[in-house]
Design a protein around this ligand. Structure first.
Ligand code: HEM
Ligand code: HEM
Length: 182
């Protein structure tokens, strides 16, 4: 089954979830590593190019995933306490928000001198203007980018801890559902 039903996630949602679950922490690790690179490293230009291209792709996938979720029947929550349901939904919403903020701040860093963002050799996201939109654009957007990135990783840890708690302590189907089981 490709689509979601009230009882569980379909193949498309499952693939979106696990692809992004690999790419997002991967982008974080790449980001932390690349800002420490020496100018003479062969990765000095290549790593940020990959980071930006994958980053733009992740934002695009996250938007497509959200649209797909809205087009499908709503997957009914399992029987949980109200606070747990609310906590899970809040964390999911913040995960989307975090990725969007990283996309926006990343774009503002990358386009601060009027360059576009090349997404591999497929297309280029153009800059909004030929010069910076505001003073110290790259610095300010860079600071926001770092804080949001660390905040997002903290949320991911919380999210994974929740999934593991359901699986190993409550022994319910929450994690199995995200593996495509109904
Ligand atoms: C989920 C998405 C993303 C994550 C988790 C992420 C994470 C990070 C991290 C951890 C750093 C290192 C920051 C530091 O320690 O100084 C970084 C740097 C950077 N990111 Fe991202 N990023 C994401 C998306 C993007 C996107 C979409 C773009 C551009 C379109 C982008 C552009 C940059 C740039 C240019 C830097 C270098 C900043 C500097 O030189 O200080 N990132 N990112
Ligand atoms: C190994 C890491 C991960 C595990 C074990 C995991 C587990 C799960 C599980 C079990 C659900 C279903 C919750 C439910 O039905 O109420 C879920 C949903 C979700 N997960 Fe994860 N997850 C992981 C990583 C991530 C990452 C890195 C992100 C994005 C930053 C993410 C974003 C989401 C979102 C937004 C949902 C809500 C459903 C949707 O919008 O498609 N997850 N996750």
């Amino acid at each position: 089954m490709f689509t979601n039903s009230t009882q569980g996630y379909g193949l498309i949602s499952v693939l979106f979830h696990w692809l992004l679950a690999l790419l997002i922490p991967g982008l974080f690790a790449l980001g932390v590593w690349m800002v420490e690179l020496d100018y003479y490293s062969e990765w000095y230009h290549r790593a940020p190019a990959i980071h930006k291209a994958v980053g733009v792709s992740v934002v695009g996938l996250m938007i497509l995933r959200w649209i797909w979720l809205r087009l499908n029947p709503r997957v009914l929550p399992l029987m949980h306490a109200d606070w747990e349901h609310l906590a899970a939904k809040t964390v999911h919403a913040l995960l989307y928000l975090g990725v969007l903020l990283l996309g926006t701040s990343g774009y503002l860093i990358a386009t601060a001198e009027g360059q576009g963002v090349k997404v591999f050799d497929v297309f280029e996201v153009p800059p909004l203007s030929a010069e910076a939109l505001f003073e110290r654009q790259a610095d300010l957007a860079g600071e926001i980018h770092v804080y949001v990135a660390y905040g997002l990783m903290a949320l991911v840890v919380l999210h994974v801890a929740g999934a593991l708690k359901h699986h190993f302590i409550d022994r319910d189907a929450t994690l199995r559902r995200m593996l495509g089981k109904r």
